[in-house]
Design a binder for this molecule. Structure first.
Ligand SMILES: Cc1cc2nc3c(=O)[nH]c(=O)nc-3n(C[C@H](O)[C@H](O)[C@H](O)COP(=O)(O)OP(=O)(O)OC[C@H]3O[C@@H](n4cnc5c(N)ncnc54)[C@H](O)[C@@H]3O)c2cc1C
Length: 675
């Protein structure tokens, strides 16, 4: 049975499929996103509306109640009523679950093994509280957070072969013009633009909601930048990105981002600000002035901020962009179907890609035919340990923790390759210096039982596991991880003392490493001081951060030779006194001594965010085969596409990852819709 999805059905479907998105007026054409009917304003506030929220979910033996208290940016207290659960199992897990929720500041916690039903209910109720407190801005559900695919599961055969699916197993067939796979940054930008341009659009997403809101949006030549008198030298930025990739990239794609990202962000700005009262696009221009002085690249990054006067800083507000893009899709008759994973692409032998086989929310196979094309926006493969280990053993062997998008298992890359697409030659990864494990552990592939140490990006003294300094600590996030890879076991310790607050202020770190807003009038930070202190307390309690009154005791707790470590600190402090780093050349204002007990330290490895190597595409985002020829009907954008980065992510060019994803998605949507 073949089913044409009419525009009316698209709109109807949205009520159930685009949870949390306010359906607002229709606007048509391939315009700039301005609504033709009045938008329903969405209240703008902080991340949370402070207060106490309660939710209930069914446990093993009883209804479990979770009560959470929030301030504007964090969960401050939790009460769990698990008293009706089996005493020795579910009820006993209560304390642990509470600690996990507070530590994670999220419902996405491990839970307690042996009490899985109780854990699932607690997570569900916690997600409900978070959703209430955030006014629906944060939608979390553990059902969407599968465990990483462990290396043992697949050995080295990360690619495998396309599954064979019998015709008799295909229960339904849908017809659309533009099919987009993945409802995140790339997919929703592509969907919104294609729908605006008049195409019938269907977006399918594996998870039950869209959830990868991003904060730092990198673009050049935006209206906001022009208004602020900022002119960016495109040639310089393009050359720097190519240099960083050792030119193992497609310069034309980078140039495309440099030329068109301003237009894309102006479009997004109108879409977001017209639908969210009090929200505006803000630019951050301080990069290089306060941090990483040796790596200054003047790209302006942007984010959406609200105007709540109670904020002396702006908490995370990236949710606005995905919600608003989803609204544009629905307003223009498109549909987003969640819980609908693509299984494989369908391609006529040697010819066109005609659509996909996916699974519907009941787990049945369905065929979706796309007359204009399929745009893959399935992200990278950071959740697929087998694929990471096979393609990038260096990254795998220094990663201790992940922040990556659940469900990003490389599905789009594999599906593309199964139908003949070419892939980047180099594995490329986004690693941050924020993973921590207990000091008696080495890299072991257990990404769940590890900590997120946000202060890891501060340029304090860092020593290898033998207690020796090994690098200028004042470098972009991942450089310290690369330097540490050359040291025993690929790990290192970050150490600091009781002056840490003053020192962090003095370091003036940049982008998402900031705790204080930038000195140049920037307003955005990832954590405020209270949130940071809460995070540290939790990490200490869980045995990640060690505290000691003497350097010798700290060395012992961190499993390092005390005599070497003490010598290292003496030398470091002497350089700090001199104000000249004769050993590694760190800037004088970042040479701050370790001399005020108690001392602190933790063992660090990489925090894996995403991967950035993918299917080869041209500047229409058409996927290419191994001969460099276009595969008709197939497109890719964002992290599942390639040609933009190679080896590592240049995080000192803040926001360029999602900036290129949104730009590629926007342009792909427009190109395919206009065919
Ligand atoms: C914690 C974190 C913070 C970040 N912050 C920034 C930032 O501030 N600035 C910046 O520039 N970059 C940032 N990045 C990187 C940035 O998010 C990515 O480079 C970019 O967003 C990728 O977008 P995408 O749409 O390609 O993929 P993703 O956002 O990863 O989305 C892919 C989507 O595809 C879905 N999917 C996967 N497989 C299937 C399937 N088989 N069928 C259907 N759907 C599927 C997934 O569920 C997911 O929703 C951050 C990354 C992380 C992890």
């Amino acid at each position: 049975m073949s089913k044409e999805i009419s525009r009316r059905e698209f709109v109807k479907g949205l009520a159930v499929s685009a949870a949390g998105v306010t359906a607002i007026g229709l606007f048509g054409g391939c315009g700039n996103g301005a609504p033709t009917t009045a938008a329903t304003p969405t209240a703008a506030a902080g991340l949370y509306t402070p207060g106490t929220y309660t939710a209930t979910a069914k446990g093993m033996e009883s209804d479990i109640t979770v009560t959470m208290t929030f301030d504007a940016s964090s969960i401050t207290d939790i009460t769990l009523d698990v008293s009706g659960e089996t005493e020795s199992i579910g009820a006993a897990a209560g304390d642990t679950l509470k600690k996990q929720l507070l530590a994670a500041q999220s419902s996405q916690i491990d839970g307690v093994s042996g009490a899985s039903v109780t854990s699932a209910a607690v997570k569900q109720a916690a997600a409900d509280c978070i959703s209430q407190a955030s006014g629906g801005k944060i939608v979390q559900n553990m059902a969407t957070t599968p465990a990483p695919i462990a290396p043992e599961a697949a050995g080295n055969d990360w690619l495998g072969t396309a599954p064979e699916i019998a015709e008799s197993d295909i229960k339904d067939t849908l017809e659309t013009e533009v099919l987009i796979v993945g409802a995140s940054n790339g997919g929703l930008a592509a969907g919104a633009r294609a729908a605006q341009c008049g195409a019938a659009v269907l977006v399918i997403e594996k998870a039950i909601s869209s959830m990868n809101e991003r904060e730092a949006l990198g673009a050049i030549g935006t209206r906001a930048a022009k208004a602020a008198g900022i002119e960016t030298d495109k040639n310089l930025v393009v050359a720097e990105l190519c240099r960083y990739a050792s030119h193992r990239c497609n310069e034309k794609l980078i140039r495309l981002w440099a030329d068109r990202s301003g237009e894309m962000l102006d479009w997004l700005e109108e879409i977001v600000t017209s639908r969210n009262d009090g929200v505006s696009l803000h630019i951050e221009t301080d990069i290089g002035k306060g941090g990483h002085d040796n790596y200054y690249i003047p790209v302006t990054w942007h984010n959406f901020q609200d105007s709540d006067p109670s904020h002396d800083y702006t908490p995370a507000t990236g949710a606005y962009s995905l919600r608003s893009l989803s609204a544009v899709i629905s307003e223009n008759g498109g549909e987003i179907r969640y819980s609908t994973p693509m299984v494989k692409l369908e391609r006529e032998t040697g010819g066109r890609v005609t659509g996909v086989i996916a699974k519907n929310e009941n787990g049945e196979y369905i065929r979706i035919n796309a007359s204009k094309g399929v745009i893959l926006c399935t992200g990278g493969y950071a959740g697929n340990q087998a694929m990471l280990k096979a393609l990038n053993p260096v990254a795998y062997n220094c990663t201790v923790q992940t922040d990556s998008t659940p469900n990003c298992f490389g599905d789009g890359i594999k599906a593309g390759m199964w139908v003949g697409a070419d892939k980047d030659p180099d594995a490329t990864v986004m690693l941050f210096d924020r993973g921590t494990i207990q000091p008696d552990r080495l890299v072991d592939g257990d990404w769940k039982n590890s900590g997120y140490f946000h202060l890891g990006s501060q340029p304090w003294l860092k020593v290898n596991l033998n207690g020796e300094r090994f690098c200028n600590e004042s470098v972009p996030y991942d450089f310290i991880l690369h330097a540490a890879y050359m040291e025993p076991h690929h790990l290192y310790n970050t150490v600091y003392d009781s002056n840490w607050v003053d020192q962090v202020k003095q370091f003036k770190q940049f982008a998402c490493a900031r705790i204080e807003p930038s000195p140049d009038g920037g307003k955005w930070i990832l954590f405020n001081w209270d949130a940071e202190k809460g995070l540290l307390a939790t990490l200490q309690q869980a045995g990640f951060i060690q505290q000691a009154d003497t350097l010798e005791e700290l060395a012992e707790k961190l499993n390092m030779p005390a005599d070497t470590f003490v010598e290292t600190v003496k030398r470091y402090n002497a350089l700090c006194d001199k104000g000249v780093d004769e050993d590694f050349g760190k800037e004088a204002y970042r040479l701050l001594p370790l001399n005020t007990p108690p001392y602190f330290g933790c063992r660090q490895g990489a925090n894996l965010l995403t991967t950035l190597d993918g299917l080869r595409i041209n500047t229409n985002m058409q996927v290419l085969d191994t001969e460099g020829k276009v595969i008709d009907g197939l497109y890719a954008a964002g992290d599942c596409s390639g040609g933009f980065f190679a080896h590592n992510y240049p995080e000192y060019i803040a926001g360029v990852a999602v900036g290129r994803t949104l730009t590629e998605g926007y342009l792909a949507g427009e190109y395919v819709a206009k065919l």
